[in-house]
Design a binder for this molecule. Structure first.
Ligand code: 5GP
Length: 131
């Protein structure tokens, strides 16, 4: 059965899209650590990020960098952090998280956003993504 991120890729589940290529998709995390928290995923259905082939892994990092640069232009923060966990969703993904303090990286305190805020944030970041 397809995992939840593959369902997002296939349009079966909605997302707040930030960027898309033939190989990758970036969208806002639905339970963000901070406003602008974005997930970058390969379209290929591979669970663990280090099981991606070398080329796809490298391209995912390049794609994530492009998205992170756009996030930094839109979201006031000290820096954009990058984390890989994967304990919840078995589909390789990179977390890009606007950081103002170490707490933003801890996945403990969460930011509540309205659907309108998600939409506005995704569109703003998308407008700065230079693929
Ligand atoms: P991890 O697998 O890295 O531990 O965490 C998975 C992340 O995916 C979590 O931060 C969670 O909020 C996010 N997530 C889980 N399900 C969905 C979903 O259906 N849509 C979106 N946009 N994010 C999700």
């Amino acid at each position: 059965m397809a995992n939840i991120f593959t369902k997002i890729i296939n349009g079966e589940i909605p997302c707040y899209k930030v960027a898309e290529t033939d190989e990758f998709l970036a969208f806002l995390d639905i339970n963000p650590n901070a406003k602008g928290h974005t997930l970058c995923i390969p379209k290929v259905e591979v669970d663990k990020i280090f099981d991606l082939d070398k080329e796809t892994y490298g391209s995912l990092m390049e794609f994530s960098r492009t998205v992170a640069i756009a996030i930094k232009k839109v979201i006031p923060c000290k820096r954009v952090g990058m984390t890989v966990i994967g304990l919840e969703v078995p589909h390789a993904h990179v977390h890009l998280i606007p950081l103002n303090s170490m707490d933003d990286a801890r996945f403990i305190s969460k930011e509540k956003l309205t659907p309108e805020e998600f939409e506005t944030t995704a569109k703003a970041i998308a407008s700065y993504v230079e693929l």
